[in-house]
Each structure stands twice: as structure tokens, then as C-alpha cells.
Design a binder for this molecule. Structure first.
Ligand SMILES: Cc1ncc(COP(=O)(O)O)c(C=O)c1O
Length: 378
């Protein structure tokens, strides 16, 4: 029996052709024609006024934090159930992450707990649309407006998802995307900053280009470029953008397959979940998700450990995440304590992600489903 990996990046055909074109014609550096085509695609598909490719979602988050001038003494509300990059962006600026627990259904920031965490030092709400299923944006945007807070959407999972018909990544001042090879559309390592408040565009272009106005220079708006502000190098090579453009252009074929796989897991495992005391993802009305993650919530840590071991025996790799950030080594140094965020701690013990990728065949998915069901019976 061949092993079934957890993930394999989609390849849909034109990646090598586009990359070869960059090698033949150049330029290899960032913001060449393929980067510009990716920017235009992202702006068109989301309706965000400005997209800027970055070397990762991690870097897009750092760029957002720089643009907000986060500094020591500032506080940013963030869920403890997320990838480290969400929080590192805050800490790197010397600001303080203030964790707010997640909802037990969508695993997103619990909007009903946000107000209690706001202090005079709170600057922003940095949320994550977990699995590309939207946070409760009406409530969150209304809290942000009432308290004068900036909203940043870590939309690493949620490109092509929407909330009440509006694309994810268009609610906050900024949104960040990931094109890491675990994501639906990828170029190995990559990301983007989506800027919804155009007042930040000029400065974003400068910070992303080492603190210089080189982007304006490339556009012919200045005859030489110079150091204007703090900055770093956050733009990817056009080689990566070429690869990514092929993926973006093939999004419908990738998404169609992912949605079919996601829906089949949901349908075939529904009855099993009831019997096994497990639960499947909750998608609230009005949320369209991009079929990024299919997870199971097992009834206990022991049941999760048994399921993962059984899948491993069947040569199927399933994984879990995220370890609660407040209980990590760094989180504890920042004051994190056991029991502080019970929903995150509980979910983190029980979640299992099943293989979900473009090339997963029906036969292999059947093997995954059968293996999960066998485990529930033992
Ligand atoms: C919620 C979230 N934010 C940020 C990131 C970081 O993305 P990248 O690997 O593109 O830096 C990830 C990575 O998976 C993530 O899941």
C-alpha cells in the first residue's frame, strides 16, 4: 500500500513554462511583469485596491505591523490558536499580543470576548479566518469602529473565501495572504499584503523595497531612488511570481477539486462523527470557505492520539495544529498560563487535519475515509 501524504502542492501545467520565460527574458528580481500580473489578479479577484506580493505571509504580517507603527506599550488583540507568525509580527515591533480565546464552533476569535480585552493601549485586532471560514466580521468591525481600532486580517487560509458575499481580506485596513506550499495556491514560499486603505499604499511600497522609493523609480515617477523610510526586502523574485501566476490562473480547477474532496469528507463522515463523538467543521450561514482545511475534532486527546496512530499504520499522514501560543515557551515568557484560554487548549488537543490536496485521488480519499471509520469502531 502506497503512503498517502498529508499534502502535495498542486501543479496544473503552466508553472514551468512561465518560469522558463522569466529565465529566458528576465528580469529575475521582484516586481517584474509576472509580479504585476499577480498583483492585478489579486486585486481583481478580491476587489482590494492594492496587492503587493511578499516573500511570505509572515513578511506581509511584519509589513502590516511596520505600517501601523506598532511600538512598545501598544497592545494587539489576537487569538492564541494560530500560527506563530501572526504573533511574531506584533512582538517584533515591541508591542504586546493580548490573547482572546476562540469560538468553539468556528475556531475563530470569539467576538463576544473582545471588548473585555480592550484597554487604552489597544491599537488593533489581528484576526485569523481559520480554515478560510470567516470570523464574525459584522460584530468585529463594529467593535473596531466603536473603539477606533485597526483591523488586520491574517487571511493565510482564506483567499477566495467570503462573508455575506464579501471576499475575505477586504474588511481590514490590511489583509495578508500565504502562498506557502501547504496553501491552495502556492509558489513554495510566498505571500501578499492586501491594502484596503489606500493611504498606506505609498509607504507600503517603500517599506517593502528596503525603505526606498525604488517602486516609484521603476514606474518612471522619479529619476533616481533613495532611502526614504525604514524598510526591509519583502518582495519575491519574478521567478516565484511566474510560478504563482500559473497557479492563480488555474484557481478554478484547483478549487473545484478541493471543494469536491472537502464535500465528500463532510458527507461520508457525518454519521461516523455522531457515533464516534467527533465533530466536523462548522460553516455558519453566509460563509463561503475555500476548502483549505478539513478537520475532525475528536472527543479527547486519547481518541486523537489513537486516530493518528491508526492512520499512520494505514500509511496515511494526518496532522494536528496549533499548539496554544500562550503555552509555548515564548508565550509563557509573556505571561501565558495553563487554563487561561480553555477553548484553545481543548481544541488544540483534539483537532486532526485530514489529507486534502489537488492530486488526492478518489481511491486514496476512500482509503482515508475507511481508515477514519475503522478507528471509530475500535
Ligand atoms: C494563520 C497563518 N498565518 C500565517 C502563516 C504564515 O505563512 P507563511 O508560511 O506564508 O509565512 C500561516 C502558515 O501556515 C498561517 O497558518
Amino acid at each position: 500500500m502506497h503512503p498517502i501524504p498529508f499534502n502535495r502542492a498542486a501543479v496544473t501545467g503552466r508553472e514551468a513554462e512561465y518560469v522558463t520565460r522569466v529565465i529566458a527574458e528576465g528580469p529575475l528580481h521582484g516586481d517584474g511583469p509576472f509580479s504585476r500580473a499577480c498583483h492585478e489578479w489579486l486585486e481583481r479577484i478580491t476587489g482590494s485596491p492594492r496587492a503587493l506580493l511578499t516573500t511570505s505571509c509572515t513578511h506581509a504580517l511584519e509589513l502590516a505591523a511596520l505600517l501601523l507603527d506598532l511600538k512598545s506599550g501598544d497592545e494587539v488583540i489576537v487569538p492564541p490558536f494560530t500560527f506563530v507568525s501572526t504573533v511574531n509580527a506584533i512582538v517584533l515591533r515591541g508591542a504586546r499580543p493580548v490573547f482572546v480565546d476562540i469560538r468553539p464552533d468556528t475556531l475563530n476569535l470569539d467576538e463576544s470576548r473582545i471588548e473585555a480585552a480592550i484597554t487604552p493601549r489597544t491599537r488593533a485586532i489581528l484576526l485569523v479566518h481559520y480554515a478560510g471560514i470567516a470570523c464574525e466580521m459584522d460584530a468585529i468591525m463594529s467593535i473596531a469602529t466603536r473603539y477606533g481600532l485597526v483591523v488586520v486580517e491574517d487571511n493565510a487560509h482564506g483567499l477566495l473565501g467570503s462573508y455575506k458575499g464579501r471576499p475575505l481580506g477586504t474588511f481590514g485596513t490590511f489583509a495578508t495572504l500565504s502562498f506557502h506550499d501547504t496553501k491552495n495556491l502556492s509558489c513554495g514560499e510566498g505571500g501578499a499584503l492586501m491594502i484596503n486603505d489606500t493611504r498606506y499604499v505609498d509607504r507600503a511600497e517603500i517599506i517593502r523595497e528596503k525603505g526606498t522609493n525604488r517602486t516609484r523609480f521603476y514606474r518612471g515617477q522619479v529619476d533616481k531612488y533613495t532611502w526614504c523610510d525604514i524598510g526591509s526586502s519583502y518582495l519575491p523574485s519574478d521567478i516565484l511570481a511566474a510560478y504563482l501566476l500559473a497557479q492563480l490562473e488555474s484557481h478554478s480547477v484547483i478549487q473545484e477539486r478541493r471543494h469536491a474532496l472537502w464535500a465528500r469528507y463532510a458527507e461520508t463522515l457525518a454519521a461516523w462523527a455522531v457515533n464516534a463523538g467527533a465533530r466536523l467543521p462548522v460553516v455558519p450561514a453566509g460563509c463561503q470557505h475555500p476548502a483549505h482545511i478539513f478537520y475532525l475534532l475528536m472527543p479527547s486527546l486519547e481518541a486523537r492520539t489513537a486516530l493518528l496512530a491508526h492512520l499512520r499504520e494505514c500509511r496515511i499522514l494526518a496532522v494536528f495544529h496549533y499548539l496554544p501560543l500562550h503555552l509555548s515557551e515564548m508565550g509563557r515568557r509573556l505571561g501565558g498560563l495553563e487554563g487561561q484560554f480553555p477553548v484553545t487548549e481543548d481544541i488544540s488537543d483534539r483537532l486532526v487535519r485530514l489529507p486534502l490536496f489537488f492530486q488526492l485521488t478518489d481511491a486514496d480519499q476512500s482509503r482515508v475515509i475507511d481508515a477514519v471509520m475503522e478507528c471509530g469502531r475500535t
